[in-house]
Design a protein around this ligand. Sequence first.
Ligand SMILES: [Zn+2]
Length: 78
Amino acid sequence: MGKLVCAVCGRPFPQGQGIALELAGKNLQFHNKDCAYRFLRQLVTEVDSDCISGQVKRLIDLYEERLNEAAKSKQKKI
Ligand SMILES: [Zn+2]
């Protein structure tokens, strides 16, 4: 198996480890969560907020719904 190179810090790591992400038609590789987070955080802070505001709201709603459902099923058990 070949080695991959982290897109953020340049550290080589073996295939099957790290985090792979396909973004805008590019295959990105990160050697760990910290490097992936650094990349993604920079991406979302630099991207035009009008482009992602709908998606941000959708994700907030999605997780809110999940939390509500989790809270509900907890109540049923008690
Ligand atoms: Zn890295």
